[in-house]
Design a protein around this ligand. Structure first.
Ligand SMILES: *[C@@H]1O[C@H](CO)[C@@H](O)[C@H](O)[C@H]1NC(C)=O
Ligand SMILES: *[C@@H]1O[C@H](CO)[C@@H](O)[C@H](O)[C@H]1NC(C)=O
Length: 343
């Protein structure tokens, strides 16, 4: 297959032109589009072969009004105790209720998005997590699109056009690492993180609950493997605007140091991570025979994709065998010797 043909195949698979035109008066345009999309992808490139009962893409119905809140509890207001409890409560909440924690300075912020109204949210929080002390006054009922403003810009009242503004130059540096937590981290470990968070160069921790719908999909059904058995994703995040190596070294050392300290308490063999918090510390592609080395890439690839990495590399070998699209952590083509070409 020529490079041009490979690129063409990839673009066709990505943009699926027919789906843009074949749907006009469908009762549910979004559902019809997704079904068209699923049907248009060549079956040998699909992660799970389609079957009559198999629906790879499912959308959640979002009500006209959703409810958000942010509740801040300081270390002195029992934040350690609340985080320790949250670890078991949040992954088991009803699937329409999301409750994450952002730990910053000496505070834990509990942030929620609920696909429903305030009344029901108050009673759910009372039933599942009364220690947090959530009350009606914490509720803000807004539209779903406003909730994206709320989480991205800390206010639901800013103009929605802000979502279109990607900026024109990077104005800060960012380093992130991530872990999956499968067993609640002991209270004393959370207590010990406050000294890290008190440092002048400290970043933040973001705890995103799994469970719910996340856990109801089989790990091999889609490329994303981190499903049942994960309580939450723990992100170590730092951003800074000072130029130069001094600032760089300090912030990187903070992120890497805390990550190292947490090793005993997170997933193992491999220590997994979330691909969207791209972490080049996990490994980088190296060129083999003009394409990136599959063997080398497995080191980081299996942390992001576990057993699905080999299957992704097999698909890559079919659509982009020359590895035209590559970066430090792109999926490498699986070598023909492994026998996947006939897939
Ligand atoms: C960092 O360097 C860039 C490019 O020289 C400059 O535009 C920016 O203002 C500097 N940032 C700080 C915080 O000094
Ligand atoms: C790698 O690229 C070089 C130069 O384009 C070419 O001569 C060589 O045959 C290629 N090797 C393989 C294994 O494709």
């Amino acid at each position: 297959m020529s490079r041009t043909e490979a690129i063409l195949r990839l673009l066709l698979a990505l943009f699926i032109l027919p789906c843009n035109t074949s749907i006009s008066s469908a009762a549910s345009t979004a559902d019809a589009f997704l079904h068209c999309l699923a049907a248009a992808i060549p079956p040998n490139l699909l992660h799970t072969p389609p079957s009559p009962s198999y629906s790879p893409l499912r959308l959640v119905r979002v009500p006209e009004s959703v409810t958000v809140f942010t509740i801040r509890r300081s270390r002195k207001q029992l934040a350690t105790h609340l985080i320790a409890k949250w670890q078991e409560i949040a992954p088991a909440l009803p699937p329409d209720l999301y409750l994450r924690v952002v730990v910053h300075n000496q505070d834990a912020q509990f942030q929620s998005l609920f696909l429903g109204r305030c009344d029901r949210l108050v009673s759910l929080m009372r039933a599942h997590f009364s220690d947090l002390g959530m009350v009606r006054a914490d509720c803000e009922e807004i539209t779903w699109i406003q909730s994206t403003m709320y989480f991205a810009f800390h206010s639901s009242f800013k103009p929605l056009e802000l979502l279109l503004d990607r900026g024109n130059k990077p104005d800060s540096y960012v380093k992130a690492k991530s872990d999956y937590v499968q067993v609640p981290i002991p209270w004393h470990v959370w207590e010990s993180t406050w000294t890290w968070l008190a440092k002048q160069e400290a970043g933040i921790l973001i705890l995103d609950p799994y469970g719910g719908r996340m856990g109801s999909v089989a790990p091999s059904a889609t490329p994303f493997p981190h499903r049942k058995g994960n309580l939450y994703n723990l992100q170590y995040y730092s951003s800074w605007s000072e130029n130069g190596t001094d600032a760089f070294d300090k912030h990187m050392a903070w992120v890497r140091g805390l990550y190292k300290q947490m090793e005993p308490y997170v997933s193992k063999n491999p220590r997994t991570g979330y691909v969207n918090y791209r972490d080049l510390d996990l490994g980088r592609n190296e060129l083999g025979d003009n394409v990136t080395s599959y063997a080398k890439a497995r080191v980081w690839g299996e942390k992001y994709f576990k057993g699905n990495f080999e299957r992704l590399a097999a698909v890559k070998a079919m659509v982009d065998p020359d590895d035209f699209f590559r970066n430090e952590q792109s999926i490498p083509p699986l070598p023909a010797a492994k026998g996947w070409n006939s897939m």
